[in-house]
Design a protein around this ligand. Structure first.
Ligand code: 1PR
Length: 550
């Protein structure tokens, strides 16, 4: 009988920490849950993950009686690791909730990123570079050539020398003009602002180093030389998943959202079958996809929510895919097969518990935005976006937008926000607006895309997945006009989607718009290009990208 070594994990808020557990298992450790303050006393190594708001986390810890035991654990010199808000908890306090104090081990206040020239939250793969004289020594396996996954609006801004003077080792990243603390360590304490459990092999290396106590390593010259600071261009592979006519879950892909075969052996309306979801997600992870998105484009009627096949897909994927996973489709208030009413927050919770990091909301966001304008731009507090964002943080809530171009002769011909397009239609009309749709594009609504994204930003969405029905499956490149228009109307990050047909289209969208990420589907599924080919192309074009670390 061989027992795996253990680490104690504090699960004090409804957390999407399945991936952290998977990552810990992956490096050969078992999790013991801290359920009460007593359990902290029995812990040798303790990890404090953090999701959501600083104030919520710290007041939950306070209420649960955990803060004292955590302080004692740390001052007894036992290994302690804080992740994301778990790192922020070590600080004095945060602008996010000025009235709630932190543990106060570090006399600095966490601040909000400025959003004058950049999207907030900061989402994506960025650095953790050693500062000070210790440049050649890494702590806990961090490498200046590696990239780590960050997702946060608040950060500890870096001031050279201040913490180093107090004996801290510090690794930083730069977002826009702002340099902030990516990781920090002193004695038995280790904290990361990034999510090591979502940072591929680089992140697993940090977790393993913490667990084995492998604190300092001298870095070889080639790793030091490969150092590159800054946020990389995010490339995302998207899997549309649905049941085919024989009842199996398959990855499919439509043209303008039509997923039925029009030619070939399956002509006559079979759902296009491009492969198995879990296998394909793993393949894209290994090609260097920075995230994987699953869109469940069928509702599984007559299936109890808890048995939704997508949950099993997430559970299996999150065991081997250590990058962020997004799940969309059916995130809304639901009625279960036994008639029970299930709020959207509970639906989302099932997905988070199964390994999702973000949920993506489509149709329900449009209806919520309609109500928002109807109420004179008043928030109800009860929408899926608001409730999930409050519980899990805005970074966990993506809104997926499915707009369609509508041409008009002149802007006065519609009350919607129009733009002058470089691509007039056959009738010679050169103005257009983008109409929101619901139910996978099957129904149009009296709302333009600008109205929708501004409403959902106000409700607390953290990111926009910007599709375009006209471009979907066309291989003709992204809709740059749409992307620029949306980017100009909001501060939260945008993922450009629909139309990617080759690596050059990714370079084009990053060159000609300020999109925060770009997503492809068909070109990857059909095997025409790999994610790594896209990354290589971008790198040759002078963009910073993250390459897969084996
Ligand atoms: O309304 O909350 O249940 O969510 C439904 C979700 O499913 C929405 O995110 C919606 O975009 C998506 N969806 C619904 N029907 C379809 C369909 O194709 N029939 N797929 C569908 C949307 C669009 C993309 C696609 C890109 C890139 N897929 O995300 O991956 O257009 O494709 P390309 O690179 O091949 O051009 P709800």
């Amino acid at each position: 009988f061989f027992a795996m070594p253990t680490v104690h994990l504090l699960d004090y808020v409804a957390g999407n920490i399945r991936s952290l557990v998977n990552a810990i298992n992956q490096v050969g450790y078992e999790v013991e849950w801290v359920k009460s303050p007593e359990d902290v006393k029995n812990a040798d190594k303790l990890i404090l993950p953090g999701v959501g708001h600083f104030g919520h986390c710290l007041s939950q810890l306070e209420k649960g009686g955990f803060l004292g035991p955590i302080r004692e654990h740390i001052s007894a010199g036992k290994p302690f690791m804080g992740i994301c808000v778990g790192l922020q908890a070590l600080f004095q306090g945060s602008e996010e909730d000025p009235n709630v104090p932190g543990l106060g081990l570090i006399p600095i206040h966490i601040q909000k990123f400025d959003d004058l020239t950049k999207s907030v939250p900061h989402i994506g793969w960025n650095s953790a570079l050693n500062t000070g004289d210790a440049k050649e020594q890494s702590f806990y396996g961090l490498r200046p050539s590696s990239k780590y996954y960050y997702v946060h609006s608040y950060a500890a801004l870096y001031e050279p020398g201040v913490l180093e003077k107090d004996g801290w080792s510090v690794a930083t990243a730069t977002y826009g003009e702002q340099e902030f603390i990516g990781a920090i360590s002193r004695g038995n304490i280790f904290g990361t602002q990034f999510h090591p459990e979502k940072s591929g092999v680089a992140g697993l290396r940090a977790i393993r180093a913490f667990l084995t106590g492998d604190k300092f390593q001298t870095l070889p010259q080639e790793i030091l030389a490969a150092q590159k600071d800054g946020l990389t261009r995010r490339v995302i592979a998207c899997l549309d998943v649905r049941t085919n006519d024989s009842g199996d879950l398959v990855v499919t892909k439509g043209d303008q959202y039509d997923v039925r075969e029009k030619s070939g052996v399956d002509a006559g309306g079979q759902v296009r079958n491009l492969g198995k979801p879990v296998d394909m997600a793993k393949k894209y992870y290994e090609q260097g996809s920075d995230e994987v998105t699953f869109l469940n484009i069928t509702s599984f009627r007559n299936c109890p929510l808890a048995d939704t096949p997508m949950l099993e897909i997430l559970r299996r994927t999150s065991e081997t895919v250590f990058v962020p996973l997004t799940i969309g489709g059916g995130i809304k208030d639901a009625v279960d097969t036994d008639g029970t009413h299930v709020p959207a927050l509970d639906v989302a919770t099932m997905y988070f518990k199964s390994g999702a990091d973000k949920v993506s909301i489509g149709s329900d966001a449009v209806f919520a935005a309609e109500d928002y304008y109807q109420a004179g731009k008043k928030l109800s507090g009860t929408t899926a976006i608001e409730t999930i964002s409050q519980a899990y943080g805005k970074q966990a809530v993506v809104v997926s937008v499915d707009p369609k171009r509508v041409y008009v002769d002149r802007p006065e011909d519609t009350h919607h926000h129009t733009l002058k397009t470089a691509y007039p239609n056959a009738a010679g009309q050169s103005y257009c607006w983008y109409q929101c749709t619901v139910k996978g594009g099957r129904e149009t609504r009296d709302m333009d895309v600008r109205q929708l994204v501004q409403a959902v930003e106000a409700m607390g969405a953290g990111e926009i997945l910007l599709n375009c029905i006209d471009k979907d499956g066309s291989n003709s490149g992204f809709d740059l006009e749409l992307i620029n228009d949306v980017k100009a109307s909001i501060k939260i990050p945008v993922i450009a989607s629909s139309g990617a047909g080759n690596p050059g289209h990714f370079a084009e969208v990053f060159n000609k718009t300020s999109t925060d990420a770009a997503l492809g589907a068909g070109m990857f599924h059909r095997g025409e290009y790999t994610v790594s080919e896209v990354k290589d192309y971008l790198q040759n074009d002078g963009f910073l990208v993250r390459q897969f670390e084996a």
